[in-house]
Design a binder for this molecule. Structure first.
Ligand code: SF4
Length: 384
């Protein structure tokens, strides 16, 4: 429980470490990534070690290693990285340690290494099992690699999560159904699925502007999303957050910590943290990040202090993504801030618009229609 209302922020029990390396940059990718710069591995390991040193080995409930592609490290560097995490953090008894991975890197040797160091959740960037979709997305693996990667990971890691993208240019309903069907038959505990978004600055953005890529249309996108919800829920997955589905006991504890407004540490290029009421983001460029850490400067590029009202609003905006919704009274108690009054207009308007339902006086959650418009509701909570 946060003692935030007394100005004392809780000590984080969650951490995110960003590994920026990838084999190549996919056309839709807008993350902090460097491709073809494996020569920076050693400088990165030294810099992250230095950045994390100041934390004094905090105890974590969850650690998430994201990217980029953390498993792009060669075996020797991967071992050094995992050892570093063990040296820089203490793990609570029931910890969750997740790592993102791409199918082309999944070998028995690497998975065994992850398991040996205590990684117990792997998040595979599958995106699709369909050859045409993978080609359009510029992914580096074939459908069979993706299926093999899930099987290999599941042999040693207890919680296997996969990401799937839908509404890819030219994708048909039949292709998406096949993706879901293959996923259903694999040993997958958790699945996150997103409609493709085309962000400014990506090569997909310029290609779309030139008319080389077209979307599937809003109706088709909604149909695909609803299809995923139906098929996955009928296959034993619980839909627990807008984009997330989990078998019983396999919800992502790390993401739940974000949605519940917990504080967290972060390190690496472009990594964002929330510590002592401050949101900070590191330099996105890997080389700028390295230069700054190596010369003893702070890697932080952006910093914002969060005031009580903002925090309460953010708790509502992030929390409403969870299908079970949020408990207004609990947030008020936790933050010391009257969320029910501050967000009153947002709540009333969203209930009137049929986007929110209020099953009890204290609980609000997205309606069936609201699940499709979660961003609208969240932006209302964040205020003008
Ligand atoms: S593998 Fe993932 S992080 Fe790397 S470029 Fe592709 S989408 Fe981006």
């Amino acid at each position: 429980m946060s003692s935030f209302s007394t100005g004392q922020w809780p000590v984080p029990r969650t951490a995110y470490v960003h590994v920026p390396f990838c084999r190549h940059r996919c056309g839709y990718c807008n993350f902090s990534v460097v491709a073809g710069r494996d020569d920076l591995f050693d400088r990165y390991l030294a810099a992250v070690s230095r950045e994390l040193e100041s934390l004094k080995r905090p105890t974590l409930d969850t650690l998430f290693i994201g990217g980029g592609t953390p498993t792009h490290f060669d075996v020797e560097r991967l071992q050094q990285f995992l050892l570093l995490m063990r040296q820089r953090f203490t793990f609570a008894v029931d910890y969750e340690w997740s790592i993102e991975a791409n199918p082309e890197d999944i070998t028995h040797e690497k998975v065994a290494l992850l398991a040996e160091f205590g990684v117990n959740r792997i998040s595979l960037g599958i995106q699709s099992f369909d050859e045409d979709k993978l080609r359009i997305l510029e992914r580096g693996h074939a459908p069979q690699d993706a299926m093999d990667a899930v099987q290999t990971a599941a042999e040693l890691i207890s919680n296997v999560s996969i990401d799937l993208i839908f509404a890819v240019p030219d994708e048909t309903i039949e292709q998406w159904l096949r993706d879901l069907e293959v996923a259903r038959q694999l040993p997958v505990n958790h699945l996150s699925t997103y409609a493709l978004t085309v962000e400014k600055g990506t090569s997909f953005w310029s290609r779309r502007a030139r008319g080389e890529l077209s979307g599937v249309g809003e109706c088709c996108e909604v149909e695909m999303y609803q299809m995923a919800r139906n098929i996955l829920q009928n296959s034993g997955f619980q839909h627990y957050e807008i984009s997330s589905f989990a078998q019983s006991g396999s919800r992502c504890q790390h993401n739940l910590a974000y949605w519940k407004g917990n504080c967290w540490y972060a390190a690496g290029p472009g990594a964002a943290r929330f510590v002592d009421g401050r949101r900070e983001v590191n330099h996105r460029s890997t080389t700028s990040y390295l230069r700054r850490v190596e010369s003893g400067q702070s890697p932080t590029a952006e910093l914002a202090e969060i005031n009580p009202e903002q925090f309460a609003r953010e708790r509502a905006a992030f929390g409403i993504r969870m299908i079970e919704g949020i408990d207004i009274e609990a947030i008020e108690k936790e933050t010391g801030f009257a969320l029910g009054s501050v967000c009153r207009n947002a709540i009333v308007q969203s209930v009137e618009d049929g986007l929110l339902v209020q099953p009890t006086p204290s609980r609000i959650k997205l309606s069936e229609r609201g699940i499709l418009f979660a961003d609208t509701v969240a932006s209302r909570f964040l205020g003008p």
